[in-house]
Design a protein around this ligand. Sequence first.
Ligand code: DGJ
Length: 736
Amino acid sequence: MKTLLKLYNRPTVLLCIAVCMFLLLNKVNAQQQLVVETSNNALVLQQDTARHMHMVYLGKKLNNNKSYTQIQSQYQQGTDYSGSLDAAYTAAGTTNLAEPAITVVHADGNRSLDLRYVSHKLERIDDNIVQLSVELQDPVYAFRVTLYYKAYVKEDVIEQWTSISHKEKGSVVLEKYASANLYLKAGSYYLTQYHGDWAKEMQPETAPVTHGIKTLDSKLGTRANLFQPSVFMISLNKTATEDDGDVLYGALEYSGNFRTDIELDHLNNLKILSGMNNYASPYTLTPGETFVTPSFVYLFSSSGKGNASRKLHRWARNYKIVDGHGTRLTLLNNWEATYFDFNENKLAGLIRDTRKLGVDLFLLDDGWFANKYPRNGDVAGLGDWQENKQKLPNGIGALVTEATNTGVKFGIWIEPEMVNPKSELYEKHPDWVIKQPSRAEYYFRNQLVLDLANPKVQDFVFGVIDTLLRKNPALAYLKWDCNAVIYNAHSSYLKNQSHFYIEYMRGLYNVLARVRAKYATLPMMLCSGGGGRVDYAALQYFTEYWPSDNTDPLERIFIQWEYSYFYPAISSSNHVTDWGKQPIKFRTDVAMMGKLGFDIVVSHLSEKELAYCQQAIKNYNQYKNVIWQGDQYRLSDPRTNEVAAVSYVNERRDTAVVFNYLVSNRYEAGSKLPVILKGLDPAKKYRVEEINLMPGTTSALGANTIYSGDFLMNIGLNPLVNSGRSSVVLVLTAQP
Ligand code: DGJ
């Protein structure tokens, strides 16, 4: 082992050992157990004598690979009478009486399903990824289900999905079709879930799970996360803290209707089922057709939430988000500066302001298009993607040239899935619009959703983007918005309306895949009137997302904090706006905890404020890689402290950026205690420097103070936050 460690670097050796152990173990238990191991965890499936597959373990990896066979006998919780509660994929209609993962109506009308092991395959996809697939078949019907478990070893992440097919003599109707089915055993369970609305995204709630079923779901069709996102956490035995406790993170990689059932059964075990929502969506599966569910991604941590989110962030940067290790463009957006009221002249001024501020790109928001029904408000024009001749007589091309000549890049807003009834598109193609044929239309933000189930609509939406980019090859950024939910769900294209929600999403992903096939690295912001569509399926096509229209920095501290459990800082678009009462420094410091942008009137800034912003952008450019690629530590929770603190530490542990904010306006509120830092090297000495100071002010911390990592992680550091210093950004640099 020592020699091996000398020959290769430690992580490579450990990874090889983990993969070898995994393969070995799988051989040992070939008939009884299938084990998926990651660097810290294990998921164990077990076959019984009738070849039913059970999920017997999900938790910390055990040292001895034979020990997994001894797990089950340690649980004496009584009987479930049929031995099906812990099914690896719970079928309906036979002996299972709990919430099913799958419900079918066979071609002959029979509603029962019994899934038995047929075979399994273990593939090593690369150095870090192993994939287990388990094929199950009904002994009576020619009906098959394959369960997939894709394990990212280093990151401890598993993606699970299911494919369903049959060779029956007619179509089978799938009434429920979960992606994943987990079964956990613990003394007690605590669910952390989220709810929200426009400008109130990601409000957390944590509560003990009681017996029965708790369902988290969305039936909104588009903008599906508006009231509830699919992300959640389950703590086992006690509520996990940042550094302590067993916790499972889960999220469905899907941007449409989702459904997660969390059922605490009479044995006190917890079944988790997650997948597309089957609401109004029985799916008719023809013989030979394969129905593939989206992936459910999950991650177990036995050392609290901080470890879990850092692992998930790494996984997201390595495998999901477009250009996860690439760069991002800082920008000036005109939405709140102008709303719909602009012309070429005004925009030329804003382009010059972009340069003056020192950001990379000018982003032109809503209002630039439509002529018969000009987009001068949110009541008209959506769908008519031609430049408005009055506002932009020389087109987008002239603006792109203006930006290029000014030395900045140019980006543009689109909302291509939508249509205003007051538009030429609606007049020409009323059949492209989602609405009930003989009922009154009902609008969300005065608009309707286009029917992406229809391939012609998919071509149109792709064409909108393709035309923009072909005509303006220098366009450097797209903000893709989506501001309406689906009312009156009906497609005049589809024959089977119960396929509507599924086909809409297939259509959307088809368009996004076409855009990405042609424009692989174009930066694109996923915006859905705020965070209505943030999930890991959508993020496969986007470089960043817009967490909320609420940019009040105090609110943003809370919103960004909650998103940070699931999504990395590099993907969080944060804009400095005029929302809130905090000074420009506070607003900018908060926006720096992600991808920085501005949406202000630069000419309204005082000289000092402008100078502050210009310097802050330079600082950001210097440290952005630490924020984007570093490990994030949530140090002081705004919900329980007067001061919120978050840090980012780079991989070499020689640079850290620490953000501290006052989140209370009570008498003498401030950082009475030091903030205990995390993730540093205890043996290193760090110079502490305060950055982002307003011109003319000096740091209360003094200059060039040096502390050891050991000191900073045990005693901590007081950022001296108080009402006179409500936002403090520190950079820690290891000394040679
Ligand atoms: C909603 C977005 O969240 C805003 O940033 C802005 O782009 C508006 N739509 C434009 O209509």
